[in-house]
Design a protein around this ligand. Structure first.
Ligand code: MF3
Ligand code: CO
Length: 256
């Protein structure tokens, strides 16, 4: 998400407990949508199943009505193929060979879990499969850097060099972010950077790490609906995201 610098909020052990539950519920609701992905399903149906799980827990999505060109109209983002992020669920029917990124958030007891996955619709071609694997690995690498003393630049550098070594591109326009009582807190966490530069990570920081990877260019464009961001060249894109805490014992993924 593009944003100005926002405040950094260190979470207490008590607050981390709440964020664990926010992340757990968010993951359960998102996986319900993942389980539904197959040819013939509409993106609106994925949003509906996600909302039905949220309803069961009496929680809601911080995406709904999020300020933008107009308030964001759904609980999740569904971005298909060349769509990188912020795709709006609707009548679009998934077909064999598509990939779909689902980005979802949950507010539980005042704290946010934020998570995204990209999955295949039926059989996909080998290069697209590799794109998904590389993006998922980029997230794993980012998570591994979430230790006290490392910097935001260490995370970005690791993601950027890995993704580019695999022949893919990262966006420089959209970034990861601190997350807590608000979906977007400081620091901003780009998927590029320089080792040792940027803010130093401290115990109790919670960050949404989200590599956004493109097949043929780092350039993006915003589509006519004013929300959906797509690759400028129409190449396939992928997005994985976890909410991760910096702890004394190392990185802890909260969105499981
Ligand atoms: N995970 C996305 C982000 O970190 C979700 C924002 S979509 C919006 O920016 F609709 F809420 F804006
Ligand atoms: Co996010």
């Amino acid at each position: 998400m593009v944003s100005w610098e926002k405040s950094i909020n260190i979470k207490s052990p008590f607050e981390l407990d709440i964020m664990r539950e926010a992340g757990r519920i968010n993951a359960e609701a998102l996986y319900a949508a993942v389980d539904l992905v197959k040819p013939g399903v509409t993106t609106a149906e994925l949003n509906e199943i996600f909302e039905s799980v949220q309803k069961k827990y009496d929680v809601y999505s911080p995406f709904k009505n999020y300020p933008g060109p107009y308030p964001y109209p759904a609980s999740i983002c569904t971005s298909v193929n060349e769509e990188l992020v912020h795709g709006i669920p609707g009548k679009r029917v998934l077909k064999e060979g598509d990939i779909i990124s689902m980005d979802a958030g949950t507010v539980y007891q005042g704290f946010v879990g934020d998570m995204a996955v990209t999955v295949a619709v039926g059989e996909i071609d080998p290069q697209t499969k590799r794109l998904l694997e590389v993006t998922k690995q980029a997230l794993d690498i980012a998570v591994s850097k979430m230790v006290p003393g490392n910097t935001v630049g260490d995370i970005g550098y690791a993601v950027e060099t890995f993704v580019e070594s695999q022949g893919f591109y990262i966006t420089r326009t959209y970034t990861g972010h601190g997350v807590g009582r608000k979906m977007h807190e400081g620091p901003q966490v780009p998927n590029y950077g320089r080792p040792g530069k940027g803010m130093r990570l401290r115990e109790g920081m919670t960050i949404a790490l989200e590599p956004m990877v493109l097949g043929g260019t780092s350039r993006t464009m915003v589509m006519d609906d004013e929300w959906t961001v797509a690759s400028a060249d129409g190449s396939m894109t992928a997005h994985f995201e976890h909410t991760v805490a910096v702890t004394a014992n190392g990185p802890e993924i909260l969105t499981f």
